[in-house]
Design a protein around this ligand. Structure first.
Ligand code: 4NP
Length: 148
């Protein structure tokens, strides 16, 4: 299974989802891959936000090796699951995808709250990185269960 975590900037939410799922993959010795990217290229080449690095670090996850990159159409071919953090990311990914690829795209929190289309709130301006971490962690555990 190849999973791509997607948010807007690829510096706050999707790097956390990437790091958390990566740790779960290793702990469960799964033959899975995970990557992350942003629908925008605003932060191309940048490290994750220092607040994401800090909350990941507190939880024993090192995301400092990640660099922001923008989603490209080829990603939608290359990955089995494209996971959006919010509705706006979801809509942008769908627009880039072929109709027969739409089933690969899902909102992360639908693994925790099926069918509710809840968003992972964007903490870039408002903070709340601890809460965002917990929400992402819970949904990643359920994603892993759902597809394992
Ligand atoms: P992310 O957060 O999508 O979770 O990485 C954001 C990061 C940067 C911006 C917006 C959201 N920005 O507008 O630069």
């Amino acid at each position: 299974m190849k999973v791509l975590m997607v948010c807007l900037g690829n510096i706050c939410r999707s790097p956390l989802a990437h790091g958390i799922l990566e740790k779960m993959i290793i702990e469960n010795q799964l033959d899975w891959e995970v990557d992350s990217c942003g629908t925008s290229g605003f932060h191309n080449g940048e490290l994750p936000d220092s607040r994401s690095i800090e909350v990941a670090d507190k939880n024993g996850i090192d995301i400092k090796g990640q660099r922001s990159r923008q989603l490209i159409a080829e990603d939608i071919d290359a990955f089995d699951l494209i996971i959006a953090m919010d509705q706006s990311n979801y809509n942008d990914i769908r627009r880039m995808a072929q109709v027969d690829q739409h089933d690969k795209i899902e909102m992360l929190l639908n693994y925790s709250f099926p069918g509710q289309n809840r968003k992972v709130p964007d903490p870039y301006y408002d903070g709340g990185f601890e809460r965002v971490y917990d929400m992402i962690y819970d949904a990643c555990a359920k994603l892993l269960e759902a597809h394992n």
